[in-house]
Design a protein around this ligand. Structure first.
Ligand code: VLP
Length: 134
């Protein structure tokens, strides 16, 4: 049985989100706002179909995909760069590779105990965020 990410998750901690945003080229003013946010994620998972909605008081972002199927991602409201993205299982983790202008871009989600983890990668920067069930 693969991991079940379904549910609503609230951010409780964040490490090096600043470094990740700098690597993505997010401007200073936007970074100052973004690092104060406590986003909420709603995961809907049905077999290999996922939607991940990330909402905050400032901006929100929705991504929908099927495991193993490449899709065009527009990152609208984030860095607005387009990339070709694909998400695969790695054991109980879901690993997204975002191919585009930025090297080594992607993310990984996994569940550890009662917590949802998100590792965000861009170039040489890694940010780790932890979420708890709402
Ligand atoms: C943009 C860069 C902050 C910073 C400015 C806007 C959406 C996996 C994946 C969903 C993400 C997290 C997005 C972080 C981009 C920061 C607005 C923050 C709220 O999550 O869950 O595809 O990519």
């Amino acid at each position: 049985m693969p991991a079940d990410f379904n549910g609503t998750w609230n951010l409780v901690s964040s490490e090096n989100f600043e470094g990740y945003m700098v690597a993505l080229g997010i401007d200073f003013a936007t970074r100052k706002i973004a690092k104060m946010l406590k986003p909420q994620k709603v995961f809907k998972q049905d077999g290999d179909s996922f939607s991940i909605s990330t909402t905050s008081t400032f901006r929100s972002y929705l991504v929908e995909f099927r495991i193993g199927e490449e899709f065009e991602e527009d990152n609208k409201g984030l860095d607005n760069r387009k990339c070709k993205s694909v998400v695969n299982w790695d054991g109980d983790k879901i690993v997204c590779v975002q191919t585009g202008e930025k090297k080594n871009r992607g993310w990984t989600h996994w569940i550890e105990g009662d917590d949802l983890y998100l590792e965000l990668r861009c170039e040489d920067q890694v940010s780790t965020q932890v979420f708890k069930r709402a």
